[in-house]
Structure formats: C-alpha cells, structure tokens
Design a protein around this ligand. Structure first.
Ligand SMILES: [Zn+2]
Length: 240
C-alpha cells in the first residue's frame, strides 16, 4: 500500500457517508481505519449485504475486502456463522508484542543508518499531530496516530514485506488494546515516540533499538494480559 493512500485514511468519511464505486482497497482501508479507531470492536460480525449497502458497492467487492483482511488475521471467518473482527487471545496478544519487539528493534536500527531527512521529518510530524490530538483529547485520533507512527517507521525501511507485516501487527495490536486495555490508560505514550525520533536523528541505532523495545514493553505492560486462572478471582471484591 502506498504512503499516500494510508495517509488518506484520516480524511476518509465514516461508513454511512456514501462513497459509491469504492475500490476493494478503499473498502479494506475504511474497515481497517474503523478497527484502528475502535469503532469496530473485536467480535463484531461483518455482514456482506449491509457493508455493500453502506459502501454503495457490489457484494463481490465487499467479499474480496473481507477476504484480504481475514488473510491478514484481522478478521476471522467462522464456518456457518460468518465473518467477525478477530478477538486475539492473551497468548496471541503476547505473541504480537514479541514479534513487534523483534521486527521493530531491527527496523529502527537500520533506519538510524539509512533514514533520509524527509523520512525523519515525517515521523516528527506524526508525533506532533499525536501531541496535538492529545491536547484536544481526541481519543480516536490518538489511537490512529500512535499506530501510524509504527507503520511509518516500517515504511521508511523501504522493505515492502516488513511494512506489510507491520501493518498487520499494528492492526492486531489495536484489537489487543481494545480487548485488554485498562480503562483510562492511553495507548502509546507519545514522548517515547519523540525519544525514538531523537535517537534516529542522532543516527544512534543502538539507542533507537533499545528505546523501541522498551517502548513496546511499556505499552504491553499497560494491558491486562493475565491468563485466565493465573490469578485467584476474589469473588468478594467482584460482587462485594
Ligand atoms: Zn508507539
């Protein structure tokens, strides 16, 4: 996916605003944007006919978009039941963060050596927009922009496979956050993004890499990823 079409996510009308003749990519992007902004929570059933009506397109196009997203594990097809927004388990959530630590540590290390001025400026612009969204307390924008920062890092690496993979991991992270977020906890603390850009500007790959790992561990630690049964349920506290 090109950088252009991804940036345009921000300007896209919400479903219901029409949009006849949308392409399969556009439908895919709009569903993804809704997932990123927690407008489509995990477990939501996606009905082809309804989406076709909302987007003003044929069911075939919707089916193709849903097929793409289920291929990327963002949606789950349950035989005889339908297509649902995936609900990653605690184990899958941990695997998503493990994968991100490995991939993103490598990405920023490489990026510190190769990043062009414009790419660094773009990352800085993203963190500035994020800070601005925070002042407005625009939660949807905060969630979207904090995910976008990581996709931008992947895109700057110029490795199409890695950026595709990162996009998938970021979407899964959004689902994980929607499921396991402790109420009131923000997603990515944005000053940590700024620190990563600082290290990239200083061309300090080791530091950028360490900061990224620390940052992802921090985000993971704000989630409530306890395996069922790992903690004794205090029924008195629950019902008292
Ligand atoms: Zn982040």
């Amino acid at each position: 996916m090109s950088a252009k079409s991804r940036t345009d996510l921000a300007d896209m009308p919400e479903p219901g605003a029409g949009g006849s003749g949308a392409s399969v990519d556009e439908i895919t992007d709009r569903i993804l944007a809704a997932i990123w902004e927690h407008r489509l929570p995990p477990g939501t059933k996606l009905v082809e006919e309804k989406l076709a009506e909302v987007f003003g397109v044929s069911r075939t196009k919707v089916r193709l978009a849903l097929g793409k997203l289920s291929h990327d594990s963002i949606l789950t097809v349950e035989p005889n039941r339908g297509t649902f927004v995936s609900s990653p388990t605690v184990e899958q959530a941990r695997q998503v963060f493990d994968a991100r630590r490995v991939v993103e540590a490598c990405l920023v290390k490489e990026l510190a050596a190769t990043a062009k001025k414009e790419q660094l400026a773009r990352l800085r612009k993203c963190t500035a927009q994020e800070a601005e969204a925070r002042t407005r307390n625009d939660r949807r924008a905060i969630i979207r922009l904090s995910g976008e920062f990581h996709v931008l890092v992947a895109e700057a690496s110029n490795n199409a496979y890695l950026s595709k993979y990162m996009r998938e991991l970021c979407s899964l992270t959004c689902l994980v956050i929607a499921l396991y977020d402790a109420p009131g906890v923000p997603s990515c603390p944005h000053h940590e993004h700024d620190e990563i850009v600082d290290a990239l500007e200083e061309r300090d790959g080791e530091r950028a890499s360490a900061l990224m790992v620390e940052h992802l561990t921090h985000v993971e630690s704000t989630l409530r990823l306890e395996l069922p049964g790992s903690a004794e349920i205090d029924f008195k506290a629950v019902f008292g």
